[in-house]
Design a protein around this ligand. Structure first.
Ligand code: T3D
Length: 260
């Protein structure tokens, strides 16, 4: 079913691997289609309680496959290509009401930087790097990179990064709060796996609703956000996990979350 990605579920964690290692996992139209399909699978399956996005081989992804990009000329506008592929993938990760960890194993460039930034938590190997490559080929940012970067580092730094296309190493990305943690390459799998298991053991619906509130708050004023929080809290209050957590607290025992 999947040619350009790998999809695997184990211990309630779905791992999506961008899988064109001989092309630094450069992104294709087919890969976007498969990513959207995998996201729907993650949303649908109650047994999936955390998602990990990573790349095969030495790269996370080099962004749009530039060979494919050349072939697109005359077939679709670039805007339509973005709308049909990249926008759906980025929104898919943001709207998935389950935690998504970016396991950044190597370089993340161009639109793939957008994919990395669309995850909820980013753990990078110290071999990883971050390249807002658009300007290097004379393009403006897309795939949400302008929005995410501005939120993370502020407008002046975002402009500097996007206008120069500078390659950031993992330590600098951590300093700028673009990522959550940097680890030695040998520790990347175990660090992400431990974090994923911690999230899997948590109240998955509450975590998903938290993500939803943060998404909303990013684009709204305080009054609108307060109202949205109140609506979301009604939903969170009705979950089995909320009731279990309160009961466990009162009974002085650890909670057992079902994710419902
Ligand atoms: O509608 C739309 O689709 C528009 C959307 C655009 C969104 C974008 O993503 S625009 C940005 C596209 N990406 C780039 O411009 C990045 C180009 N690549 C690089 O700048 C560098 O390769 C990297 C910084 C990512 C990594 O550098 P390095 O030194 O680690 O590797 P390398 O030696 O440059 O590349 C290794 C191979 O991968 C090489 O092929 P070869 O010589 O071994 O046969 C290189 O050509 C290939 N490669 C790297 N990036 C791409 C690629 N092939 C196709 N597409 C790529 N993006």
């Amino acid at each position: 079913m999947y040619d350009h990605i790998l999809f695997d579920v184990a211990d309630s964690v779905a791992t999506i691997t961008l899988n064109r290692p001989d092309k630094l996992n450069a992104l294709t139209t087919e890969m976007s289609r498969e990513l959207v399909y995998a996201q729907k699978q993650c949303a649908r399956e109650s047994g999936v309680r955390c998602v990990v996005l990573t790349g095969a081989g030495r790269a996370f992804s080099a962004g749009q496959d530039l060979q494919e990009f050349q072939m697109l000329e005359g077939r679709a506008t670039v805007g339509d290509h973005l709308r049909r592929g990249y926008h759906r993938v980025v929104m898919g990760f943001r709207q998935l009401e389950k935690p998504v960890i970016g396991k950044i194993n190597g370089v993340a460039a161009g639109a793939a930087l957008g994919y990395a930034l669309a995850t909820d938590l980013r753990i990078a190997s110290d071999k990883a790097s971050f390249v807002p490559a658009f300007i290097r080929i004379g393009l403006a940012p897309d795939s949400g990179v302008s929005w995410f970067l501005q939120q993370l580092v502020g407008p002046a730094k975002a402009f500097e990064l996007l206008a120069t296309g500078v390659r950031l190493d993992a330590q600098e990305a951590l300093r700028l709060r673009i990522i959550n943690q940097v680890v030695a390459p040998k520790d990347l799998d175990s660090t992400v796996s431990e974090l994923a298991q911690r999230l899997v053991m948590g109240p998955t619906r509450g975590i998903g609703l938290t993500k939803s509130v943060l998404n909303k708050a990013a684009g709204h004023n305080l009054a609108d956000t307060l109202e949205y929080e109140a609506q979301i809290q009604d939903i969170a209050y009705s979950t089995t996990d909320h009731k279990e957590d309160v009961a466990a607290f009162l009974e002085k025992r650890p909670p057992q979350f079902s994710g419902q």
